[in-house]
Design a protein around this ligand. Structure first.
Ligand SMILES: NC(=O)c1ccc[n+]([C@@H]2O[C@H](COP(=O)([O-])OP(=O)(O)OC[C@H]3O[C@@H](n4cnc5c(N)ncnc54)[C@H](O)[C@@H]3O)[C@@H](O)[C@H]2O)c1
Length: 431
């Protein structure tokens, strides 16, 4: 019986009296019981309705971060591919706060809705579930093309797809830029320099990339064995990513020359910060996670290889400055302060505290020995250089990891408390 039917059948006082007058006491008592039951049911349903309305109100009247007002002339429509990822989501925050309209396109391979959920429902924000390997038709003024897995375990998981994303995906974005006359910024990488023979790496260096990876069978078997021991998904060489990004750069300049597209190319160096993937096998996340859990901090090789790490907000400053500039050649965006992996492990261990030991494991295939950007170009043409110190950035990142670890523990705890839903009706009943 439906809710409305129940309501119609509720008898009024006159009707009840007439029943009594008819002296059919037994029937009337049953009717009164039914009436009480119906009233209780209505009350229960009304409560549920109220709860659902409150939930809906909370979603609609969400407390968004306050964004700047930009008039029609200054407000841009900006597409961020890979906008639900680590770097993309920080870029989205900055563009939204500046008052622009932002469209995020992501296939959620490594990105998460949670990274941008604070904007969902905002009138300036739109999120599209889409794979850039397929063409996209939207009207925009600028495109930040960041869609691509960025860490070795992610891009090595499906090397062919990584190549497609960086080639077909880039062609689609350049094609879109051509169609709508948008300016496009390509997120390239320091990996285009491969295992560099020049140090520090300036943009004029052509790189030293192994295009096929190591084919030595014994070496590969050893790596696979070690990977299974440490439970990492190092399934193959880095070439799918390095060469994919190199082709993305080549495509950008071919479109620039042939189709007169306004392109900007950022060669991004190692970046860290909140929202980075906890289990991506990269140095920062590995070390922080290991230190927070009092596990051994594992260094691959002798730890003398160097890296330079930039904090994510510095990178976002650089990307926005590059998009706004007239500079069209590739440009390094990274922090030139260089640390050996060993030093880095010690810094993190000290910041986190705890009882972790630092241990050495055999080196990983194609792992570059030295990485440090020459950022003279960025300083000269973008007036940009990193501002956040390693200690400050690491503190923020460690705080994020602590929350994430807590969250995963709590959600496990919550799930244990909740009883499983039997079916879809059960879900609605428990709303
Ligand atoms: N983080 C770094 O240290 C670093 C260094 C150099 C270059 N980069 C470049 O910056 C960009 C962003 O990196 P990140 O660290 O934020 O990585 P990320 O994995 O967190 O973000 C990449 C995003 O792209 C999305 N994506 C992947 N393939 C896609 C596809 N085919 N279609 C649509 N979306 C797709 C993912 O779901 C994810 O949201 C990447 O292009 C990466 O190569 C990053």
């Amino acid at each position: 019986m439906t809710f409305m039917q129940t309501r119609k059948r509720v008898p009024n006082v006159h009707f009840q009296n007439s029943l009594r007058i008819a002296n059919n006491e037994e029937t009337s008592e049953i009717e009164i019981d039914n009436l009480q039951e119906a009233k209780n049911k209505i009350k229960e349903l009304e409560k549920k309705l109220q709860l659902i309305e409150t939930k809906l109100n909370n979603v609609v009247n969400k407390n968004f971060p306050i964004v700047k007002f930009l008039n029609y002339k200054n407000r841009k429509r900006i597409l961020v591919t890979g906008g639900a990822g680590f770097v993309g989501s920080h870029l989205v925050d900055r563009l939204m706060l500046a008052g622009h309209e932002v469209i995020v396109v992501d296939n959620f391979f490594t990105g998460r809705k949670r990274n941008v959920e604070h904007w969902i429902g905002h009138e300036n924000f739109e999120m599209v579930h889409h794979d850039v390997v397929r063409p996209l038709y939207v009207e925009v003024d600028e495109i930040y093309h960041l869609a691509s897995p960025a860490s070795p375990p992610h891009y090595m998981l499906n090397p062919v797809k990584t190549i497609k994303t960086n080639t077909l995906g880039t062609i689609n974005m350049l094609g879109l830029a051509k169609r709508v006359g948008a300016r496009v910024l390509i997120a390239s990488t320091s990996e285009v320099y491969g295992d560099p023979e020049e140090h520090p790496q300036s943009e004029t260096y052509w790189g030293h990339v192994n295009p096929i990876g190591n084919n030595n069978k014994i070496f590969t078997m050893l790596i696979n064995y070690l990977n299974s021991l440490v439970k990492l998904l190092f399934l193959g060489p880095r070439a799918c990513y390095d060469e994919g990004k190199r082709v993305a750069e080549t495509l950008s300049y071919a479109y620039q020359r042939q189709e007169n597209i306004a392109v900007r190319v950022a060669r991004i160096f190692n970046t860290y910060g909140p929202r980075m993937h906890m289990n991506d096998g990269r140095v920062v996340s590995n070390f922080i996670l290991q230190a927070l859990q009092n596990h051994s901090i594992t260094i691959y090789g002798d730890g003398k290889q160097t890296r330079s790490f930039q904090y994510v907000s510095d990178l976002v400053d650089g990307l926005i400055a590059l998009m706004a500039s007239n500079y069209t050649q590739p440009i390094n965006i990274g922090n030139p302060v260089e640390h050996t992996i060993e030093e880095f492990a010690k810094i993190i261990k000290d910041l986190v505290g705890g009882t972790s030991q630092i241990v050495e494991l055999p080196a990983v295939e194609d792992d570059p020995q030295r990485r440090k950007p020459d950022i003279s170009r960025a300083k000269k043409y973008l007036n940009w250089e990193p501002k956040i110190s390693l200690a400050e950035g690491l503190r923020k990142t460690i705080a994020y990891f602590v929350k994430e670890l807590q969250r995963s523990k709590n959600s496990h705890f919550d799930n244990n408390l909740k009883r499983p839903f039997k079916n879809d009706h059960d879900i609605i009943d428990q709303l």
